[in-house]
Write a protein that binds this ligand. Structure first.
Ligand SMILES: [Mg+2]
Length: 187
């Protein structure tokens, strides 16, 4: 056995807080066993009304799934996790596009892109900071996230920049890479 399969049931509550409700279902030695666990639960009360909220994630064994330090936020102010006075490596921040990345518009119809949406949820569960931005503006990004039921997964909503002021162009940024929506899960 080189990896295990984690099953969770996770969704955003419909009330004002938009809190995420996550149930840890179990850890299984194969995808078949994990899928069978989902099948056993999917007709049970509660689960039956949100069958789309089951997630199966594969985790290789003996691998660190958290490899950086962390900062504790109090009243929105970040403080170093250790007393060394040196900030730990920044947490990963991923900026996600709206149109043709999470949702496609055909005429007046809006068609969600399930694989990219699932990837957003997975990255969020992995502790990545997510920002949603759009050339349609911050409010459009927020509305789109609400429409797709994933508003709580994002730290914030932004317009896409028209200009950025920086001593280096984006392709020289050491830790910045472009990932296509189809590969979002590996971002
Ligand atoms: Mg786009």
């Amino acid at each position: 056995m080189s990896s295990v399969f984690l099953v969770q049931h996770s969704y955003e509550q419909d009330d004002d807080c938009h809190c995420e409700e996550t149930k840890f279902i179990g850890v299984y030695s194969s995808m078949t066993d994990a899928t069978a666990a989902v099948e056993r639960l999917r007709s049970q009360p509660g689960f039956s009304s949100r069958p789309e909220a089951f997630f199966i994630d594969e985790y290789p064994l003996n691998v660190d799934h958290w490899s950086e330090g962390y900062v504790t936020e109090r009243d929105g102010i970040s403080s170093p996790a250790s007393g060394s006075g040196k900030l730990p490596s920044p947490l990963r921040a991923i900026f996600v596009d709206v149109d043709d990345t999470l949702v496609r518009s055909v005429g007046t119809k809006r068609i969600p892109i399930p694989a990219a949406i699932a990837a957003v949820k997975k990255l969020h569960r992995a502790g990545v900071q997510l920002f949603l931005w759009s050339s349609g503006g911050a409010e459009y990004a927020r509305r789109s996230a609400a429409e797709l039921g994933i508003e709580s997964y994002f730290e914030n909503f932004l317009p896409k920049p028209h200009t950025y002021i920086d001593d280096q162009p984006v392709h020289e940024w050491r830790f910045c890479k472009h990932v296509l929506p189809g590969n979002a899960e590996d971002a």
